[in-house]
Design a protein. Structure first.
Length: 278
């Protein structure tokens, strides 16, 4: 039996992961914004599910929750940074408040959960961190600039963190799912206020998708969660985990284009070096 801590288990990947882990006998420390949102899990699994009410934007509360979870479970083998939401609209449309809340939740909140867990993970001799990101952490689409800003940021953080903590037997895996049939797209995501200037522009496509609610994501979230859980048994920890044909195709196209652009600038880049021996 292993112990897991998952942020944001009231819905989506977090909820499915908690359900799968609890069903197979693991212990879960879960965080939610509203405790009654998982009352059915509490009734079904009793003390194998430890709960904390948490808004990851509250850094002192994050540290208290992580410390309390370790105090209750004794050891936590896997930390899952899952809490987050989508924000769609052109950069100019997004309000200042929406901008700040997006970065506080999807970027700073995840960083602070990991930072709060690291002393415990080092003390116990190792463990894993699963950072839930998105295909949008490696590619970008108009109409989601603030969401991409947070996800590209957390991927940079996690990528460097992998290298910082490997010597402590702590593995870090960035999970990059494509569209999945959860409540993310049509439930928890937010839209920026509309500016007519962006009607008919590429940025308006994301708004239209959310407003029309017709596009059905291709990804099966239960299958994705199974692979997230299975990745913890891999040694060394996979650095990244792409899930969904749309994720693989989109990221492959974006990364190939970026690499081609970089290769074309090789001579230009090398031309700025100081002369050898100068």
């Amino acid at each position: 039996m292993s112990n897991w801590m998952i942020t944001g288990i009231s819905s989506g990947f977090g909820r499915l992961m908690a359900e799968q882990l609890l069903a197979r006998g693991e212990r879960v420390a879960g965080t939610v914004r509203k405790l009654d949102s998982v009352a059915d899990l509490t009734a079904r699994y009793g003390d194998r599910l430890w709960l904390a009410q948490l808004d990851v934007r509250d850094t002192p509360a994050v540290r208290r929750a992580v410390d309390a979870a370790y105090g209750a479970l004794g050891r936590i083998d896997v930390i899952v940074n899952n809490a987050g939401y989508g924000l769609f609209g052109a950069a100019e449309e997004v309000t200042d408040e929406q901008l700040v809340q997006q970065i506080q939740t999807n970027l700073i909140g995840s960083m602070q959960v990991a930072r709060a867990a690291l002393p415990h993970l080092r003390a116990q001799g190792g463990g894993r961190i699963l950072q839930i990101s998105t295909m949008g952490g490696q590619m970008a689409m108009p109409g989601a600039s603030l969401y991409h800003a947070a996800k590209w940021g957390i991927e940079g953080f996690a990528d460097a963190l992998q290298q910082e903590v490997a010597g402590f037997n702590i593995g870090v895996t960035i999970v990059e799912p494509g569209g999945a049939r959860t409540q993310f797209r049509y439930g928890s995501s937010q839209l920026a206020p509309r500016l007519a200037a962006y009607d008919g522009t590429p940025a308006s496509l994301a708004r239209r998708m959310l407003e029309e609610r017709k596009a059905v994501p291709i990804g099966d979230p239960a299958k994705m969660v199974e692979l997230m859980i299975a990745s913890v048994a891999q040694t060394p920890a996979p650095k990244r985990l792409a899930l969904g044909s749309d994720a693989w195709t989109g990221m492959q196209r974006a990364l190939s284009a970026r690499l081609a652009e970089l290769e074309a600038q090789r001579d230009l880049a090398f031309s700025t070096d100081a002369p050898v021996g100068a």
